[in-house]
Design a protein around this ligand. Sequence first.
Ligand code: NAD
Ligand code: 89V
Length: 346
Amino acid sequence: MVGKTLKGGLIGCGFFAHNHLHAWAAVEGVEIVALCDRDEKRLREAAEKFGITRLYADAAEMLAKEELDFVDIATTVATHRPLVELAAKANVAVICQKPFAETLADARAMVDACKTAGVPLMVHENFRWQAPIRAVREVINAGTLGDIFWGRVSFRSAYDVFSGQPYLATEERFIIQDLGIHILDIARFLFGDVAHLSATTRRVNPAIRGEDVATILMSHESGATSICDCSYATHLPEELFPQTLVEIDGAKGTLRLNANYQMTIHADGRTETRDVSPKLLSWASRPWHNIQESVFNIEQHWADCLTGGREPETSGADNFKTMALVFAAYESAVNSQKAIDVRRMA
Ligand code: NAD
Ligand code: 89V
């Protein structure tokens, strides 16, 4: 596929898809040639904004009529399995937004369907693609911290996410499924796969249905212990949405990714602070620019993998392990923080 322009079709032209489309316009070697949404108003709005003329209300029709190299599924979770299976059946490579699946059985079925069809599958798990998180990973890779024995990945905010994404207020499950999933994936990215996990949850905001606070304790196969904590009920003097803060203790030193993308490394008796702020892309807006840059990064990664015949970092099979942490956390929380052996879920 070297040198070829990949033709993509996007399914689901809602709130977040506009970030996908802005980013695709900047990704090298890709053209989004068709859009699909069963809501005509949303379809037309995206079409006009991005100058895309081949429009469909039905994904099956789009797949039948267009010659696509991939589809980008940006719908909410309930439609992921039928749409991924549809693409697999049409022999078209798939990117699917997070949360990948409503159940682990669905996640397994989608991974199997794409494997059987021989089509690449990537989950749009973009938080690990944020520039500050990549900067943290580079310090780990360099060995500066030595053997890592403890970490914390933290997201605490009171930002109103419900106005842009109203479904987040009405779903039975909220913060772990929507946001914790990113935080758990970052923990896997930094500290490796997980052996055991226990969790607590609670709902503080009475106006929503699901939990808005979660604290998850994990033991990693590497021997490290980590805490993932997330909250949409935390009123801080400075609202940090959508920043993820990271703390790492290693045998040789420590790392702190503090507020406003300031990363401090203390090792070998020296302390250094680096500004690891994300770029403000031309189409991005604060405070979302960190997430928006990561959308570009993951899409460019997909294009590179598809043209180079490589497995994407957050392939369906990889994301299955993050999904297992999500379901394990809910299972632990409803069972008085029972320790869950995550490996039995694989
Ligand atoms: P949304 O409800 O605003 O948009 C979804 C769109 O999909 C709607 O326009 C709907 O009509 C369309 N749709 C649903 N089923 C369809 C089908 N079968 N065929 C065609 N169109 C269909 O949702 P959103 O807020 O844009 O979120 C979409 C997904 O993106 C969610 O899974 C959400 O969790 C995820 N998301 C990810 C990030 C991130 O940083 N990775 C951020 C926000 C949202
Ligand atoms: O990234 C997301 O999945 C978003 C938000 C940052 C609001 O949680 O839903």
